[in-house]
Design a binder for this molecule. Sequence first.
Ligand SMILES: Cc1ncc(COP(=O)(O)O)c(C=O)c1O
Length: 301
Amino acid sequence: MNRYPDPDSKKLKDSIANRLDTETERLVIGNGSDEIILFLLQVFCKEGDTIIFPDPTFAMYSIISKGLGIKPASISLDNHWDFSADLLLSSANENNSKIIFLSYPNNPTGNCFSDIETQKVIDKFQGIVVIDEAYHDFSQKTFINQIKKHNNLVILRSLSKIGLAGLRVGFGVADPLIINEINKVRLPYNSNIISQTFAEHLLKNFKLVQKQIDSILCERHQLLEELQKIESITPFPSDSNFILFKTERSAENIFTYLIKNEILVRNLNSHPKLNNCLRVTVGTKNENDLFISKLKDFISQ
Ligand SMILES: Cc1ncc(COP(=O)(O)O)c(C=O)c1O
């Protein structure tokens, strides 16, 4: 601990490269994938530039942009929480967007966007396309195999969603030229020794984590079925480790009732497209059962 960490996270990169069947020159490690979003904005945008994403989506694209004086633009997702590539591309071209961010699966709606529309964006956009696969372990869908074909494509991954949020380890996969540019703004010791060592160990012993992922996938299925049985609730199918649902009752009141019962869900009601929507993270069987029973208690009141 008296030594500085490896500024290149070499061992961790080796284990990631091995798992993903890619080269270490195509990898950058971040203090969470949030940090790589920041790096991309620092490298590819200057103050006053615009970036774009379909909305609703992960709030940090907008929050980090604004902090850097970059303008976040958006197009609205449709009723199936999907987007039209033509619309996204024409908006991006109109405002000269430097980066398109696609959360795949999308937080907070939970779904992966249509493969065809996503592929069209990758094929046609001239700027940087970021496919944020933070929830990849729950969808198993990826565009990582396109990295060699598209030198403007960046794939983001995170260890946060598989139980290691406190470690702050995320990584990006991209063309070595992009990685080199990111390394110019990245501080040398952005990833500490504990995070590097623990993450490397975890990736080499993934069986335990996979067991946990499999259990979440199984519980997600059960939770969705239980939510579907409740009349005044409309849950949306999920490729993630959470489920978005809309209620006919007040989301605020449900949120408060659940909090009083020590259950924390995400209240998304303030977003214009997510009126009376809440997002619940898939927990253990006991946690999910308790959540469903408290939700039913509230609704039957
Ligand atoms: C879509 C998406 N991308 C990135 C992140 C950031 O993850 P990390 O903990 O790796 O910074 C999150 C976290 O919620 C997320 O939902």
